[in-house]
Every structure is written in structure tokens, then in C-alpha cells.
Design a protein around this ligand. Structure first.
Ligand code: TXA
Ligand code: MG
Length: 315
């Protein structure tokens, strides 16, 4: 249990929030859409804690929040289409999916290993103040337990997450009250991925042909049976390696080549998961074999096992 602090939206409260975020903490903050559960988007462990606090069964990619348009280049490539949309709608309830900047600072957990990243500049003065004071990118899904109603007051946040997060800033009720509209802006024309706070009509009014998402887009990488897969073959629940296998441990695993967590800590394992898959892939090579030690099917372990099953699925 973490005692959850209720912070005021004044300079002291904002400074406390920024301090908690810099220390890898979780702070719920008001945005104009819904309250977001913010964490440092560059910190694997902090991002893993978001999934843990929400009880998310899977690592969905998260939206990255930035204070200003000129900060986008640090994490993503601003396409000409995105620039046009951003100038029309930012700051505001619009999220743009952009090509991820190669070698950028974001935790791979934020993008769920994708090569795109969802970015938003919130208009709420408190969210902006937190972003300015913190000075970096903040990952922030809605601040509610997975599967529950999105929070539009600090009270809603506490009802769902009290004791699971470090603080919530009370900024009153959210004016938009439903999540941002999400557009894929990686190509020449925007593709609508989620209806939300910016109506399609407003986007169409720019003279842009707004396309509905196709089946291909619905089958987001996270939903595919085989995904997050290294080149070699993956075997799960391996109590010991077979000859020639790269063995990735969890908890005490004498002789393991890599470990998700030496101490069997699921939060650490979640934070390390995508890194471990990359490292094991490099060690095993294209025709190699990788074995993972069993990970318990509890808490974050379910999300980890979901990803591992996709990595091991027949292709
Ligand atoms: O209004 C909002 O957008 C709120 C506030 C807090 O900013 N945030 C929010 O986040 O709704 P969340 O995590 O509940 O929703 C994120 C959505 C998911 O549906 C996810 O699939 C999509 O964004 N998403 C994130 N990254 C993506 C990507 N690279 N490609 C496609 N979809 C992406
Ligand atoms: Mg949500």
C-alpha cells in the first residue's frame, strides 16, 4: 500500500508532483479529457508500475504527453500531415500516432515494442504546469483500474486507485470528460483510430480526407497471436535450458544467460521484458532457440505471459 497524497493545483502541489515523477512515482493529473495516470515515459520501471496500478491484463501502448510542439522531435518524427493537424488542434484533445524516433529515449514498454508512438499536448493548465515542471515526456493512460469507467474527478481517481499510486492533483472536473480522438498520422491522410474529444467534423473541416480505420488497423500488433517475436524459436515454462538454448531466468535460475528479475519481482520483470527479448534475440541469432523460465500467472505476470505467449506462438 502506498498512501496516496492529494495535491492542490498550486505551485507547491505542482513541484511535489514533479518531484514524485522524477523519483519514478505515479501521479494522477487532470487533463481536459480525463485524469491521466502519469509516469516518466523514459523509465521502464515507472511505466511498468502504471500497468501494475491499473491491473491491466496486457501492455497496451500508452499515450505520451508533451508540453510543446517543439518537443515532439525528441521522441518522434513529425510528418507534414501531423504538423498540419498539430497546428490546428494542439494543445487539445487530439492524439497523433507518429513514427517513433529511432534511438530515442522512450521506454519500449510505452510503445509496447511498436515503431510508432501516440503523442498528445494536453490543454489543461495543470497538466501543462506538471509537464513544464517535470521537463520530460509523461506516459499517461486514463487513471482508472483496467476495465472501469474513466475518471473525470480526483475523487473518481481515489475511488479506483487509492493506495496504488503516489498522488493525485485535484484540478476539479475535466472539461472534455472523454478521451482524446486518436489519429494515425504516419501517412498522407489521417486514419481515425479512436473517436474522442476532437470531433471528426472538425478534422474534415481542414479539408483532409479522414479515413476510417480498416480491419488491418484494428488488428493492431498487440492483438496478433504471433508478435513481439524474436527471430529464433521460443520455449516457455522452461525449468532448465536444453543444449544450445539461451535461457532467460525469473527468480533463482543458476546458469541463466539473462534474467527478467533475479529476485522474482514482477514489476522489474515487466520493465525488463522487451529489453530481455531483444538481448536474447541478439544472443541466439536468427536460427537460435530461447527458453524462458516460468513466470507466475498473477498480477503483472499475466501481462508478461501474454507477451511471452505471443513471442512463442507458431508463425
Ligand atoms: O484523453 C486521453 O487520451 C487520455 C488522457 C489521460 O490523455 N489518455 C488515454 O490513454 O485515453 P489510454 O491509455 O486509455 O488510451 C491509449 C490508446 C489505446 O487505445 C492505445 O491502443 C492507443 O492509445 N495507442 C497508443 N499508442 C498507439 C500506437 N502507437 N498505435 C496505435 N494506437 C496507439
Ligand atoms: Mg482508458
Amino acid at each position: 500500500m502506498t498512501p496516496t497524497r492529494l495535491l492542490q493545483p498550486d505551485p507547491d502541489g505542482i513541484a511535489d508532483a514533479a518531484r514524485l515523477l522524477r523519483a519514478g512515482g505515479l501521479v494522477a493529473m487532470p487533463t481536459e479529457t480525463v485524469y491521466g495516470l502519469a509516469a516518466d515515459a523514459r523509465d521502464d520501471r515507472a511505466v511498468a508500475r502504471i500497468f501494475e496500478a491499473k491491473g491491466r491484463p496486457r501492455f497496451n501502448p500508452l499515450i505520451v504527453h508533451l508540453p510543446a510542439l517543439d518537443r515532439v522531435a525528441e521522441v518522434a518524427r513529425l510528418t507534414p500531415l501531423a504538423e498540419r493537424l498539430a497546428r490546428a488542434f494542439w494543445p487539445g484533445p487530439l492524439t497523433l500516432v507518429l513514427p517513433l524516433r529511432e534511438g530515442g529515449p522512450l521506454s519500449p514498454l510505452v510503445t509496447a515494442g511498436l515503431e510508432t508512438v501516440a503523442i498528445r499536448l494536453p490543454a489543461h493548465p495543470v497538466a501543462q504546469a506538471v509537464l513544464q515542471a517535470f521537463g520530460g515526456p509523461l506516459a499517461a493512460p486514463s487513471a482508472n483500474p483496467s476495465g472501469r469507467i474513466s475518471p473525470v474527478t480526483a475523487r473518481h481517481v481515489l475511488d479506483g486507485l487509492s493506495g496504488r499510486i503516489d498522488a493525485v492533483i485535484d484540478g476539479g472536473a475535466c472539461v472534455v470528460g472523454l478521451e482524446s480522438t486518436i489519429l494515425d498520422a504516419t501517412g498522407d491522410a489521417p486514419v481515425l483510430l479512436r473517436e474522442g474529444g476532437t470531433p471528426a467534423e472538425a478534422i474534415a473541416a481542414l479539408g483532409l480526407p479522414l479515413r476510417q480505420r480498416t480491419e488491418a488497423a484494428i488488428t493492431a500488433p498487440g492483438q496478433l497471436a504471433s508478435h513481439y517475436a524474436p527471430r529464433g524459436r521460443v520455449r516457455l515454462n522452461a525449468a532448465a535450458p536444453e543444449t544450445g538454448e539461451i535461457w532467460v531466468g525469473f527468480g533463482p535460475c543458476p546458469g541463466a544467460d539473462l534474467s527478467l528479475s533475479d529476485t522474482g519481482d514482477l514489476t522489474e520483470a515487466a520493465a525488463r521484458l522487451f529489453h530481455a527479448l531483444h538481448e536474447a534475440d541478439a544472443l541466439a541469432g536468427p536460427d537460435g532457440r530461447i527458453a524462458f523460465a516460468p513466470v507466475p500467472e498473477t498480477g503483472l505476470g499475466r501481462a508478461i505471459n501474454d507477451r511471452l505467449r505471443r513471442a512463442a506462438a507458431p508463425r
